[in-house]
Design a protein around this ligand. Structure first.
Ligand code: NAD
Ligand code: GLY
Length: 360
């Protein structure tokens, strides 16, 4: 078991990483007050709700079960949570518990941050994506008007409990999508970790719990160090957005239906690294290593067939939150484990990049 601490100017909370937390009674000790609203999705509810509810006897519990998937990461989901908080007269001493993947975590955190200007929130992530990334760091939000994560807040939970045993029931496609985000940490922040991933990739694909715990621990450690320095994503934290400007555009352009977040991140990292090679920032060898690792994981690396026009993708990229004065800021690798922010690339350069990618 590992316990690490997230520290920001306004918050400090533990992140528990291990197995058997649910049976151990940890949750009860972390919930300060008896009134809880537990938010989950239908798929996760079918597998885990009964067990979780049994461990929370003695608490006054309201349940919200949302439909699963990115297509449901919307304002309606956020208002459903708020409506239950209002209907059952919850107050500032109530706690929202998010049991699920990044979608449930992001919408629940958003609701927690705006109800009565902020109530307690405990994250219980059940996907690899959420355990290595979404559940820590305090980015909350939802998609809006077809734009990925257009609205949201920075709001930290009080506790994060990463129960690795949840991953046993995660479908392969969802699990591999989470591995893309693990690779991101190696490429963007820690070259030694990338080399470690190259060595242990088959253990990870096979969900070896010991290797998984080490990987999740390292990802959370890297993320929390960056969040401590730059909670609101104006400086160092931006390296975690490596591949994400392309990825979010891909998700928006395919209406959040055909490509998973991690799959989009994998393609986004390849596009960003190709661009870095093109600009002379890195050697082609790095692109080949990244491709080999993502390919070995089994991630789909071709552009989705619905992306018929490069222009549509570019239009979504221009809606990116990291844009400054009408210019895109792209996080591009300049060495293994190192990222450089590049601004002011012209439309032609990006169109050629995406066109080349589509045709090879
Ligand atoms: P998700 O929340 O849609 O979960 C994936 C699917 O797996 C869902 O259908 C869910 O029902 C199912 N599922 C979840 N846990 C399961 C389990 N243990 N067993 C069986 N099925 C299970 O997707 P995700 O990949 O977890 O998260 C993606 C979202 O996270 C995106 O919206 C992305 O933008 C967001 N995200 C946020 C941050 C952040 O910093 N806030 C970081 C990374 C990603
Ligand atoms: N997922 C990137 C971040 O939280 O900054």
């Amino acid at each position: 078991m590992h316990i690490i601490r997230s520290q920001t100017n306004n918050s400090s909370y533990p992140v528990y990483i291990g197995t058997d937390f649910i049976d151990s009674g940890l949750l009860q000790t972390l919930l300060p007050m008896p009134r809880i609203v537990l938010v989950t999705d239908q798929t996760v509810a079918d597998i885990y709700l009964q067990t979780i509810c049994e461990t929370l006897t003695g608490f006054s519990l309201n349940l919200i079960i949302l439909p699963p998937g990115e297509v449901n990461k919307n304002w309606e989901a956020v208002t459903k949570i708020i409506d239950v908080l209002v209907a059952f007269k919850h107050d500032r001493f109530s706690t929202l518990v998010s049991l699920g993947g990044g979608v449930i975590g992001d919408v629940t955190g958003f609701a927690a941050s705006i109800f009565m200007r902020g109530i307690n929130w405990l994250q219980l992530p059940t996907t690899l994506m959420a355990q290595v990334d979404a559940a820590v760091g305090g980015k909350t939000g939802c998609n809006y008007f077809g734009i990925k994560n257009l609205i949201g807040t920075f709001y930290q939970p009080q506790n994060v409990v990463i129960e690795i045993a949840f991953l046993r029931t995660l479908p392969d496609r969802e699990y591999l999508s989470g591995l893309a985000e693990v690779v991101k940490y190696g490429m963007a922040c820690d070259g030694e970790f990338f080399i470690w991933l190259e060595k242990h990739i088959y253990d990870l694909i096979n969900r070896d719990p010991n290797i998984l715990e080490l990987a999740i621990h390292r990802c959370c450690q890297i993320k929390l160090e960056l969040v401590q320095q730059d909670e609101n994503d104006h400086g160092q934290r931006r390296v975690l957005n490596f591949g994400h400007t392309f990825a979010h555009a891909l998700e928006s352009a395919t209406e959040f239906a055909s490509i998973l977040h991690g799959e989009a991140v994998a393609i986004g990292m390849l596009l960003a690294t190709r661009l870095a090679v093109k600009l002379g920032l890195v050697e082609r060898e790095l692109l080949i290593r990244l491709y080999n690792l993502l390919n070995c994981i089994g991630l789909p690396l071709a552009l989705p067939s619905e992306i018929s026009s490069v222009g549509a993708l570019y239009n979504f990229m221009m809606r990116d939150k990291k844009k400054q004065a009408a210019q895109l800021s792209l996080m591009l690798p300049c060495a293994l484990g190192k990222i450089k922010v590049i601004q002011g690339l012209d439309l032609k350069c990006l169109e050629d990049l995406i066109q080349d990618y589509a045709s090879t």
